[in-house]
Design a protein around this ligand. Structure first.
Ligand SMILES: [Zn+2]
Length: 432
């Protein structure tokens, strides 16, 4: 395929994503993309030469780094409960996951750190197809299914009825070790463990710690022996402490972290990434009425207290400088794939983030969690050309990112996945 290798964004309002440069991080200028990299940036009145480049006249639209979802489940398709997701045959499930990937990318999320696949090889196959350029989707780190113990999150069985869910049920260190080794062999980037309970369970509530320390230790040891990271679902304080004690790199939720646990998290702040995953919880409370859940049921499950608790924990963790990721368990009917940018507004409304800080969480911090901190997350020369052209000023009002019509263009690796309206559009490098 012959296509121009140079794209010039002309007269964009560039939010470079630079740290600690409030007011200086935003400027009007040109950005030249060559191949998959940002080759040059010029601050107005300086201009970059247009020779041989496909020119995008930005007319002051904002140019920002591509967003990173740090807690994605692209194979969680919009069904109200986990057991129904388990009913989907693998073949259909692969296609549905592919559609989720395209939707999330079009919403401006050019990278996803998966927090669990609904079947063992769904993330792996999706990541490989995206990397090969055969289907559209964000760059991905593929997760294992959620490894859970009997009675834990993802175990939908009944005594009289065997049901598959999104999880792999493992009990005892031998089963845990075998499962982790098998999944590493198959090609996951991350092993996901469900350590605490969840508000959706009748017995294993969120404040409980269901995976034993020997099981967790065996999982971490086996994953690390393959040089893979571990991510953990930890709502209870004790589960967060277990995760920290055994060197788990990515800790999700931390809803009921107490003062001691918050101190321990602070002591490990250079070693862990966290994500509160507010989206699904918020939307279960406020947007699920039409889908048969609703405010009253969410309240009865204790979600209101849990949401208040996670917000106060992360308000404190923000002050202590923890690395916190945007990403909110999207993939439920009331919080569908593509709505991922709602999480940035949650950071501002509920955790005390300034809009630019929330944008940093979704770009720079996300890039670090993707293990691409030296190449992604900034509009900077030499960095990967993951860029969004946005109508509005997302660094002042992150809510503009929630509206598809404001996402004018999405570029990943120097190729457009969503094109701005232009008579020149046919000349621009378009991904598969
Ligand atoms: Zn999750």
């Amino acid at each position: 395929m012959s296509e121009p290798s140079r794209t010039l964004f002309s007269e964009a309002l560039i939010w470079a994503g630079l740290q600690n440069l409030v007011g200086e991080g935003t400027f009007v200028g040109d950005v030249l993309v060559e191949g998959d990299r940002i080759a040059a940036i010029a601050r107005a009145p300086a201009r970059l030469p247009r020779d041989g480049a496909a020119v995008v006249e930005c007319s002051g639209a904002a140019l920002i780094p591509g967003l990173v979802d740090g807690h994605a489940h692209l194979s969680f398709v919009p069904l109200a409960n986990f057991a129904d997701i388990g009913d989907i045959p693998p073949e259909e499930h692969a296609y549905l996951t592919m559609h989720s990937a395209r939707t999330v990318l079009a919403a401006g999320f050019t990278s996803c750190l998966s927090a669990g696949a609904a079947k063992p090889r769904l993330d792996i196959a999706l990541r490989n197809e995206i990397d090969a350029g055969r289907i559209l989707g964000p760059r991905m780190l593929a997760a294992s299914p959620e490894l859970t113990t009997t009675g834990g999150l993802g175990d939908e069985r009944r005594m009289h009825l065997y049901r598959e869910s999104v999880a792999m049920i493992v009990d005892g260190v031998d089963e845990v070790r075998r499962a982790v080794r098998t999944l590493c062999r198959e090609g996951v980037d991350t092993i996901k463990l469900n350590v605490s309970g969840n508000h959706t369970l009748s017995a294993g509530k969120a404040h409980l710690t269901l995976m034993s320390e020997p099981e967790l230790a065996a999982a971490v040891e086996a994953a690390h022996s393959f040089d893979k990271r571990v991510a953990a679902h930890c709502r209870s304080a004790a589960s967060v402490k277990l995760a920290l004690r055994h060197g788990i790199e990515i800790i999700y939720h931390c809803d009921f972290a107490d003062d001691e646990t918050i101190d321990l998290l602070e002591a490990a702040k250079d070693d862990v990434f966290l994500a509160p995953a507010l989206g699904m919880m918020h939307d279960t409370i406020h947007r699920s009425e039409a889908f048969g859940v609703g405010y009253d049921r969410a309240k009865a499950r204790g979600l209101l207290e849990e949401f208040a608790s996670v917000c106060s924990v992360f308000t404190e963790l923000r002050k202590r400088g923890l690395r916190v990721l945007v990403g909110g368990d999207y993939g439920f009917p009331w919080s569908p794939h593509g709505a991922n940018a709602r999480d940035l507004e949650h950071f501002v409304r509920f955790l005390g983030y300034r809009p630019e800080e929330a944008l940093h969480a979704a770009t720079r911090v996300g890039a670090e969690a993707m293990l691409l901190g030296e190449r992604l997350g900034f509009v900077r020369e030499g960095f990967l050309a993951d860029l969004l052209l946005v109508r509005g000023r997302p660094f002042e009002d992150v809510a503009v990112l929630q509206h598809p019509e404001n996402i004018l263009a999405v570029m990943k690796d120097g190729r457009f996945h969503k094109l701005p309206p232009s008579p020149n559009a046919a000349r621009w490098p378009l991904a598969a």
